[in-house]
Design a protein around this ligand. Structure first.
Ligand code: ATP
Length: 297
């Protein structure tokens, strides 16, 4: 098998004049959990449709463990997919769905499937027409996590889940990684991405604007520093990387720091600093940094 679970090379999709996905090149390693982020309309679903062979790229290609995504029969033996809107057959029960999906999918661990059913507190005896959105999502998630497919493609899989089930979802992702499965997770739940993903890709208007670990993303962005001092305030104006210095109390000030901290530390060393706290930005703040102009033009 190819080393990369997923490889997109110059992947592009145009709809007339609109370029929905623009020259996307990306590798997701075997065993990696990759978060795919972007605001509405950024091109996430279009990318996933190409990965699943549901849409044909205008240019470039995508491979699943070395198999072209367009070779659907071969590629889908290696992946399981959970869509954003799970549609089930209304008369079949949850249990019948799981059997059907096991019979047609890439192989199922039935023992683990029973464990997942318990973890997600899912009553599989009822017909699917009685299921809420969250319960339909749970059926699809149980089916996908119980497969031995080396790649799980999850498109907004937790939008209908309550916080308790969201926690079970995170456990299931961690367990999948421990079994060596790769996960490609498109999500708007930034805390979830932050908690479970090894790396994150940020898509903006069809282009991949950043691919990094959450830790590296944080390092690229502004850190908030609060300094308590006695005597004369540290002189921070004009120090490289230091921005928006404000006095919060008489002997306390706060500033944001981007890039290497050396110059700021040297400036602080010149004052009598009694306490220092450093707060790293959350993924949500980083995300808003990328999209702030879109949200507040
Ligand atoms: N079949 C299509 N025909 C024409 N335009 C399309 C088609 N599918 C998607 N688009 C356009 O491509 C762009 C990307 O859409 P896409 O659904 O991939 O975004 P997304 O990131 O998944 O958004 P969301 O988070 O809202 O699901 C949008 O401008 C959308 O209108």
């Amino acid at each position: 098998m190819d080393a990369a679970a997923l490889r997109a090379v110059h992947l592009t999709k145009r709809y007339g004049r609109l370029t929905a996905v623009d020259d996307l090149t990306l590798d997701v390693a075997a065993g990696e959990v990759f978060g795919f982020l972007g605001p509405n309309g950024a091109g996430k679903s279009t990318t996933i449709r190409m990965l699943l062979g549901l849409a044909r790229p205008t240019a470039g290609h995508a491979r699943i463990f070395g198999v072209d995504a367009g070779e659907v029969a071969a590629a889908h033996r290696m992946l399981a997919y959970v869509p954003a809107d799970v549609a089930l057959w209304p008369r079949l029960t949850g249990a019948e769905h799981l059997e059907l999906l096991a019979a047609t999918g890439p192989g199922t661990d039935r023992g683990y499937r029973d464990d997942l059913t318990e973890q997600f507190q899912m009553d599989l005896s009822k017909p699917a027409r009685t299921y809420s959105t969250g319960n339909r999502q749970k059926v699809a998630l149980i089916a996908a996590f119980a497969t031995r497919a080396p790649l799980l493609v999850l498109d907004e899989p937790t939008s209908g889940l309550d916080p308790l089930m969201e926690r079970e979802f995170r456990h299931a992702v961690v367990a999948a990684r421990e079994r060596g499965q790769s996960v490609f997770l498109s999500s708007h739940q930034l805390a979830e991405v932050e908690a479970v993903c090894d790396r994150v890709g940020i898509l903006r208007a069809g282009r991949l604007v950043e691919v990094a670990t959450v830790a590296d993303l944080r390092a690229l962005h502004r850190t908030e520093v609060t300094v308590t001092y006695t005597g004369v305030a540290p002189q921070l104006s004009g120090v490289p990387g230091v921005d928006t210095v404000e006095t919060t109390r008489g002997s306390q000030l706060r500033f944001t720091l981007s890039g290497p901290p050396g110059a700021a530390l040297a400036a602080l060393a010149g004052a009598d600093v009694t306490a220092l706290t450093v707060r790293e930005p959350s993924l949500e703040e980083i995300f808003l940094d990328y999209y702030g102009e879109l949200v507040n033009p």
